[in-house]
Design a protein around this ligand. Structure first.
Ligand code: ARG
Length: 261
């Protein structure tokens, strides 16, 4: 995770960002800190990246890389404004002794890649359409040695995979079908017949941008309906308020880069 100490909405690279909306940075830091404390309280270890001046989106740490089985596939941001973030993530993984594969193709890490370890022996789901480019899906498969399934995103509000789909345990996912092309929806139905299905309201509340340890599902507090569906499916929803960070187009998952050793 990376503190939003330098968070701002200075440019608009997704439909949620409005440069005329004021941002309360102190509140953003407080809300982000509650998220960090929540993860620690659930027994997770959190490493921190040092926030950098001039990188207002660095709080969205999910976009800096994608890890599977102790290997890291690095990010290469689509927009120039975020390009420099990749180096900070690279340095972190190098310092921790991970096997790091540098990317040649445009991809935004966990923003567009998800991993479901017990689905079909270990499956990477990969979004394209807005940020990550299709050649990066093949590059990730070669880097990580796990099959990659490409899914086409069609709604600019759901510009990353992680605002439309999330793994809720080792074998299952929750997603909002409307974010995907009709063909990609068929692929998801085939792969995950028991998936939890979210609706437009759940997605607009950034409910899909969640992190789950298989039992506890940490999600945006506005997504009350989705929390109810997850509870009915046997999970424990853990709501966290992240309203300030929504102004940059992100929520819980965007703030967390998961380390899959
Ligand atoms: N402002 C950031 C961008 O548009 C938000 C990134 C959100 N992160 C995510 N994992 N979806 O790039």
């Amino acid at each position: 995770m990376c503190s939003p100490e330098h968070f701002a909405v200075e440019y608009a690279i997704n439909p949620w960002m409005d440069v005329t909306t004021p941002v309360d940075r102190d509140l953003a830091v407080k809300q982000w800190d509650r998220l960090r404390e929540t993860l620690v309280g659930l027994g997770h270890e959190v490493h921190l990246l040092t926030p950098e001046h001039g990188l207002p989106d660095m709080v969205y740490a999910a976009n800096g890389a994608f890890t599977v089985d102790g290997s890291v596939y690095g990010a290469r941001f689509k927009h120039e404004q975020r390009a420099a973030e990749a180096a900070a993530h690279h340095a972190f993984y190098e310092s921790q002794g991970w096997r790091f594969v540098a990317p040649s193709e445009t991809n935004e890490g966990e923003g567009d890649f998800a991993y479901v370890p017990e689905a079909h022996g270990g499956l990477i789901l990969a979004g394209h359409g807005f940020r990550t480019e299709i050649p990066a899906h093949a590059e990730a498969q070669e880097a990580l040695g796990r099959p990659v399934v490409s899914l086409r995103l069609i709604d600019p509000r759901f510009y990353h995979l992680d605002v439309a789909l999330a793994a809720i345990d080792d074998a299952n996912v929750v997603y909002f079908p409307g974010a995907f092309s009709a063909a990609s929806q068929r692929v998801l139905t085939q792969l995950f017949p028991d998936a939890v299905i979210a609706d437009d309201e759940d997605a607009m509340a950034f409910g899909l941008n969640l992190v789950s340890d298989g039992a506890n599902v940490v999600l945006n507090s506005e997504a009350t309906r989705l929390a109810g569906k997850l509870k009915a499916a046997g999970y424990t929803p853990v709501p966290v308020e992240l309203a300030e960070l929504k102004k940059g187009g992100g929520s819980v998952k965007c703030c967390i880069a998961e380390l899959r050793h």
